[in-house]
Write a protein that binds this ligand. Structure first.
Ligand code: ZN
Length: 403
């Protein structure tokens, strides 16, 4: 049996007064998700554990069956995988942006006026060696890039140079422990900050940008460093052939787990993203894959913007896209990575609703996809780490335990 797992980011929420105490998901019109809920078995899921507020990265690891307490080493390595870097065990990876500083190294803009590409800029630094450490810099979407340090005697126990503030001087990288590896890494990174300004500021493209009244992309900003330690993929654990349809971190998560990355035109990760293009693409490739992971982002973005109406709109558009999957002859799992209440504008600890629908599923009495309705279903309350074993087993990819 095949499966499609759809994760709607930050879908869970809290009661909204203007919605008569309903959550955005409960308030939204979701005929397709409700059909799936009615056909399936439902429940709620603490993606990491009860009472823990998960990051999107730790939540996804957990959902894919990897205990984040053991396998999580920062967001940097996961995003670097998404940028197409073949990481080696021990590499230190950071999330990076091209930004703008003035001559006193005061940060004017962290995204260099949201510059559309960093391809040319990354070339200026990619492959450089500083104190014997190789600098790998690969472009990612828009103003983003992935920075990797490769070499002996380096550590991820360092800060970044990006304090996320503008109007302040660029942050000096400092070691986070007393090791000589952390000290060396901090020295290399501080040299890299300087070098990035020297190599980028006078580039022809930056001169042109300034002539056009645009901000020059003249400094490399980086943060969220982590060491790359390989994890067992779903293919290695279960023998499933997997595909990932997602952008940004989620594309990185697919790459980190050695899934095939499927690009879909119109999938932007933003409010204008074409969710139906994603579910249509999943159906299209479903003959070639056992397990397809689809990620949809903007439910989380709307909640982080504190906009429940927009979250409802996003849910309704995602529901429309789910309509494509109603005739899929396999398992459809619909859930979220965490709760993001509009009133908090950030992640919170509450469990998320989950549906599993498909052949052989012992359906329950739940008729509607929602935080409270799903809590009455047959899955009851599980942890994220429980999900993959259940999915894999229902798909027929697990062996008998015992005899
Ligand atoms: Zn998330």
């Amino acid at each position: 049996m095949k499966a499609i797992l759809v994760i709607m980011d930050g879908l869970g929420d809290r009661p909204i007064k203007e919605f008569g105490g309903k959550t955005p998901l409960e308030y939204a019109k979701t005929p397709n998700l409700d059909k799936l809920a009615a056909r399936g078995i439902n429940g709620i899921m603490d993606t990491v554990a009860p009472g823990i507020t998960p990051g999107s990265d730790t939540a996804h690891l957990s959902i894919f069956g990897l205990d984040p307490h053991k396998h999580y080493h920062g967001r940097g390595p996961i995003e670097a995988c998404g940028a197409g870097v073949e990481l080696r065990h021990g590499d230190i990876a950071f999330r990076a942006n091209m930004g703008t500083v003035d001559e006193s190294m005061t940060v004017i803009d962290r995204r260099a006026g949201r510059i559309g590409s960093t391809v040319e800029l990354c070339k200026q630094l990619d492959g450089t060696k500083i104190d014997g450490v190789e600098i790998i810099l690969k472009p990612s979407a828009w103003y983003r890039a992935a920075l990797i340090l490769r070499g002996k005697g380096i550590s991820d126990k360092v800060t970044g140079n990006d304090s996320k503030k503008t109007g302040a001087r660029i942050q000096e990288v400092t070691p986070l422990d007393g090791s000589k590896e952390a000290k060396k890494t901090a020295t290399v990174l501080n040299k890299l900050t300087k070098l990035s300004y020297e190599r980028l500021h006078d580039l022809e493209m930056n001169k042109e940008r300034m002539e056009n009244g645009e901000l020059p992309a003249n400094v490399l900003l980086f943060r969220s460093g982590g060491q790359y330690v390989p994890v067992p993929s779903l293919k290695e654990r279960y023998g499933m052939k997997c595909a990932c349809i997602g952008t940004g971190l989620y594309r990185g998560m697919g790459a980190f787990l050695k899934m095939d990355l499927i690009d879909v035109p119109g999938a932007t990760g933003r409010y204008d993203s074409d969710f139906s293009a994603k579910t249509k693409k999943a159906l299209e490739i479903s003959d070639d894959y056992d397990f397809i992971f689809i990620h949809m982002k903007p439910t989380d973005s709307a909640a982080e913007d504190g906009n429940p109406e927009l979250k409802v709109q996003m849910v309704e558009r995602m529901d429309k896209a789910m309509g494509e999957l109603l005739d899929f002859h396999g398992l459809v799992i619909s859930t979220a990575d965490h709760t993001t209440p509009c009133e908090l504008k950030k992640h919170s600890y509450e469990p998320v609703p989950i549906i599993m629908a498909g052949p052989g599923i012992l359906k329950d009495d739940v008729k509607k996809f929602g935080e409270r309705s799903c809590s009455k279903g047959g899955i009851h309350r599980i942890r994220g780490l429980d999900l993959m074993p259940i999915i894999a087993n229902h798909m027929g990819f697990s062996k008998l335990y015992g005899a």
